[in-house]
Design a protein around this ligand. Structure first.
Ligand SMILES: [Zn+2]
Length: 542
């Protein structure tokens, strides 16, 4: 009975295994098989193609017969398995070629400037994140410890981002959330999944700094210990703040909807894999089953699916049958799925899900382009905010006080000087100055004509005081800084998910053996049963 379990190592087969075990004919067939001579066993590997077709013709309706015929007649291309582009019907015999064709021809390209790519946290920080124990710290005891050490001029020593001196908090709830948060961090800065941007990390540290409860502890002492440069500072946060960062980071580092697609693709892919080769005897077109079915050892998937042709069934002469794997294999057979037979025969297997996946991939590329476009605007805006700040500072630094202009008029003069230059930076500078003078709460990124900009700037430049300009500049910069980690996370997550989605051409696999083998197995089941009957009759006649 154990032999049945070795038929397949895929989880999806588990249910079928149970069915085999329950099949009363298994024991009968097994006993019968053991008593067969080697020659008869080897002969069972040769499937008479005429008889197989007769079997299908007698048992199934026309449509099934017709589609089975398409799948079994492979003599022309000598492949059981191929890859089909469902847009232009181009056929490939290698997955990589098909994947390249689909991505190159049917998915639009967008290659951003490498310098525009958001930076991920570096390896040193990633290692610190991954090696930590992430235990919550008792902040009251920690504050006392800090005060005590500060008094004696002692510092906390960190090794690879972690210091073992901090008193642990016995708080299960905090510990649980912190562990989950650490898992999110670790899974977004591994080798394969680089989605943790520097800007997101900085925002996390900033958040931690603002919400940390360490009473009466001087900030300067913490700075001296590089407290906020080590990930352990997050372990000082209380439950409410930990829950907040956990939810926030989950949203920014995982795309639940898109990550389902690779899972589905892989499931379909696994289901389409076949281990057994099927050769063809040249003169008779008989199917020559995989000789390894008579042997005990496991073999790997045959993803090439080429059809070898042989002069005769003499290829099995060297095979010495062992065990009863063949019986388990023959009985491990799903019911004939007419829909699958039809889809495979027509070469449209997985067509709908293939199209859906292609639409998602195309959508991701469009998103990527718009994210990079937005980030570019933000970077330019940030740069121009810096220019505006420099202009204001220059006025402050003029030695002759009488020569100083107001910030607003200095900015206006710069705009008047630049307006003749028609480039993106200039347009953005005009935009920034107008936003500053209008006290806009956030960048507007509007596209106006130079005249419209200048009218607005000239009108406001006489009325806006210096302190308003400073406040406005500060507000815009703060807003922008907050938004950088969002766009960076979106870009990195999009790139990662897109990379995973590029596996979707696996859905292009057309595997005729998925159709042919169940019919062969059914045919062999009948044949074996007939042989048993015949033996019984022979025994009876003696
Ligand atoms: Zn194509």
């Amino acid at each position: 009975m154990h032999a049945a379990v070795t038929v397949s190592d895929t989880g999806t087969m588990a249910n079928r295994m149970v069915t085999i075990k329950k099949d009363p004919s298994f024991d009968l067939l097994k006993t019968f098989w053991v008593n067969l001579d080697d020659k008869t066993k080897r002969e069972l590997l040769v499937v008479d193609s005429r008889k197989l077709i007769d079997y299908v013709e007698n048992k199934y309706v026309n449509k099934v017969k017709e589609d089975f015929g398409k799948c079994v007649s492979v003599a022309n291309n000598l492949r059981w398995r191929y890859w089909k582009c469902h847009i232009c019907s181009q056929v490939y015999y290698c997955f990589t070629d098909c994947q390249r064709h689909i991505l190159d021809n049917h998915v639009q390209k967008f290659v951003p400037d490498p310098s525009a790519r958001p930076k991920c946290v570096d390896k040193v920080l990633a290692d610190m994140i991954c090696c930590g124990k992430w235990e919550p710290v008792n902040t009251v005891a920690a504050a006392n410890l800090i005060k005590d050490r500060a008094k004696h001029g002692e510092e906390f020593v960190y090794v690879n981002g972690w210091c073992s001196d901090w008193p642990e908090a016995k708080d299960e709830e905090r510990s649980k959330i912190l562990k989950q948060f650490a898992q999110v961090l670790k899974s977004s800065c591994g080798n394969e999944n680089d989605t943790l941007s520097c800007t997101l990390w900085d925002s996390l540290i900033y958040y931690t700094e603002r919400n940390l409860q360490l009473l009466e502890v001087p900030g300067s002492y913490l700075d001296k210990c590089s407290f906020f440069k080590n990930p352990q500072c997050i372990c000082f946060l209380d439950l409410k703040h930990l829950e907040h960062i956990l939810n926030y980071f989950r949203q920014l580092t995982t795309d639940v909807r898109a990550s389902l697609v690779p899972k589905v693709v892989n499931r379909f892919w696994e289901n389409s894999r076949v281990k057994e080769t099927i050769g063809i005897e040249r003169l008779t077109s008989n199917l020559l089953l995989d000789g390894r079915l008579l042997c005990e050892e496991e073999h790997h998937f045959d993803d090439t699916g080429s059809v070898e042709t042989f002069k005769s069934s003499g290829i099995y002469e060297h095979v010495i049958p062992e065990g009863d794997k063949m019986v388990s294999w023959v009985l491990d057979c799903p019911e004939i799925d007419e829909k699958l037979v039809s889809q495979m025969g027509e070469g449209v297997h997985n067509f709908e899900i293939w199209l859906a996946a292609l639409r998602i991939v195309r959508g991701m590329v469009r998103k990527k382009e718009s994210y990079y476009d937005k980030r570019h605007r933000m970077v330019t805006y940030d740069k121009m905010l810096g220019e505006a700040e420099t202009i204001c500072n220059r006025e402050d630094n003029r030695k002759n006080v009488n020569q100083r202009s107001t910030y607003a008029s200095a900015l206006r003069m710069k705009c008047e000087e630049l307006v003749v230059i028609q480039d993106d930076d200039t347009k953005c500078f005009l935009n920034v100055v107008r936003d500053v003078l209008e006290r806009a709460p956030s960048p507007k990124y509007e596209v106006l004509t130079d005249k419209e900009y200048m009218e607005s700037i000239s009108g406001l430049s006489t009325a806006v005081q210096n302190d308003i300009v400073i406040k406005s500049l500060w507000k815009l910069r703060k807003f922008l800084t907050k938004k950088f980690h969002l766009i960076d996370s979106k870009i990195l997550l999009n790139e990662f998910t897109q990379g995973e989605l590029h596996e979707f051409p696996k859905l292009s696999a057309i595997e005729y053996r998925m159709v042919v083998l169940p019919f062969v197995k059914k045919f062999l089941q009948g044949k074996l049963k007939k042989m048993i009957m015949k033996t019984k009759e022979d025994d009876f006649s003696y």
